[in-house]
Design a binder for this molecule. Structure first.
Ligand code: ADP
Ligand code: MG
Length: 299
C-alpha cells in the first residue's frame, strides 16, 4: 500500500527517465508543486537496485540551494514501484536551454555562463567537501553506514546539461545539480564503466579509462558543460565510441570564440586538463574566483 500517494494530486507526466516516469504532483496540504519520479524497480537488476539505494541515501543528506531538493520516498510494494518526491524545477534542464539557444541561433550571454559555473561550484563544494552521511533505513533495508558525523565525499560522476536544472525566480535563474543516479560515496571500488549508459561526451579521461578517480572528475565534466554553453557543442565529438575516447584522452578542445572573455576561456581550459593531478579542484576554482571578484570590487 502506498503511504503517501493520498497526500498528492497526480498531474501531467513531464518526462521519461531511464527507469520510469517523471510526473508533476500537487501537495494537497499547501498546493505546492513537486515532481514524483515513479520507478518500477522490477526492470532493474540487483546492481541497479543497489545503485538506487545509494542515490536515495546520498540525496537524503544533500541539502543545498544549488542541489535539487529531495523530499521523501514511498514504496508501493504491490506495484513494485518506488516514488521519489522532489523539488520541481520550473525552468526545465540546461540541455533544453542549450537546444533553444541553438534553435534561435543566439549565443549564451557570458553572465549566464559565469552563473552556471558559480552555482555548480557551490553544489560541488557541498558534495566534495561537506557531505555528512546520517543513519538510514531504506525500504526496510539497513544500509551499511559509515560512522555518523564522518565527513563523506560524494562524486556526482554524471555532470551534463541534462542533469543541471533551472528555477526561474523573478529576474534571477537558479541552477541546481540533480540526478544523482550515478553518484557515489567515494569508495575504492570502481564499477562506473559498467553502469554508464549513453554517449560519454562529458566523461573525464580517468573515468573513461577505468582508472582510479577523485572529485576532480566532476570538474572536467563541468568544464565540458561550460564549453558547450560558449559554443553550443560539446568539446569532444566523434562518430564512434573509440574515436571519442581517443579525443578525450588527448584533451585538445576547439577554440572558444573570443567574444567570450579571456578569464572565462582560461578557466574552461583549466577544467579540461587531462591529468587529474593538474586539474583545479572545486576549492581552487572558488578561491580563484573570489580573489578575482574581490579585486574587481576594490578597483
Ligand atoms: P534520466 O533517468 O533519463 O536521467 P531524469 O530523471 O533525469 O531521467 O529526467 C527525465 C525528464 O524529467 C527530463 O526531461 C528532466 O528534465 C525532467 N525532470 C527530472 N527531474 C526534474 C525536476 N526535479 N524538475 C523538473 N523536471 C525534471
Ligand atoms: Mg538525467
Amino acid at each position: 500500500m502506498s503511504q503517501l500517494a493520498h497526500l498528492y494530486d497526480a498531474l501531467e507526466v513531464i518526462g521519461k527517465g531511464s527507469f520510469g516516469t517523471v510526473r508533476k504532483v500537487r501537495q494537497k496540504s499547501d498546493g505546492k508543486i513537486l515532481v514524483r519520479k515513479e520507478i518500477e524497480y522490477t526492470s532493474m537488476n540487483s546492481h541497479e537496485r543497489v545503485q538506487l539505494i545509494d542515490e536515495l541515501r546520498i540525496l537524503k543528506d544533500l541539502k543545498h540551494p544549488n542541489i535539487v531538493e529531495y523530499h521523501c520516498f514511498d514504496h508501493l510494494s504491490e506495484k513494485r514501484t518506488l516514488h521519489i518526491y522532489m523539488e520541481y524545477c520550473t525552468g526545465g534542464d540546461l540541455a533544453q536551454s542549450i537546444a533553444s539557444f541553438k534553435k534561435d541561433q543566439t549565443s549564451v550571454p557570458e553572465g549566464l555562463i559565469w552563473q552556471v559555473m558559480l552555482h555548480m561550484l557551490y553544489a560541488l563544494h557541498k558534495c566534495h567537501y561537506n557531505f555528512n552521511a546520517g543513519k538510514v533505513n531504506l525500504f526496510g533495508v539497513d544500509v551499511n553506514e559509515p560512522p555518523i558525523n564522518q565527513k563523506q565525499v560524494v562524486i556526482h560522476r554524471d555532470i551534463k546539461p541534462d542533469n543541471i536544472f533551472l528555477i526561474n525566480s523573478g529576474s534571477e535563474t537558479i541552477f541546481k545539480l540533480g540526478d544523482f543516479g550515478l553518484a557515489k560515496l567515494l569508495k575504492n571500488e570502481n564499477d562506473f564503466a559498467k553502469t554508464y549508459v549513453g554517449t560519454p561526451y562529458y566523461m573525464s579521461p580517468e573515468v573513461l579509462m577505468d582508472n582510479p578517480y577523485s572529485p576532480v572528475c566532476d570538474i572536467w565534466s563541468l568544464g565540458c558543460v561550460l564549453f558547450e554553453l560558449c559554443t553550443l557543442k560539446p568539446p569532444f565529438q566523434a562518430k564512434t565510441h573509440l574515436q571519442l575516447q581517443a579525443k578525450i584522452k588527448k584533451g585538445v578542445i576547439p577554440e572558444i570564440p573570443d567574444t567570450y572573455s579571456a578569464p572565462l576561456r582560461s578557466i574552461i581550459h583549466d577544467c579540461i586538463t587531462v591529468d587529474p593531478n593538474l586539474r583545479p579542484s572545486c576549492f581552487d576554482l572558488l578561491e580563484n574566483l573570489s580573489v578575482k571578484f574581490l579585486r574587481k570590487e576594490s578597483e
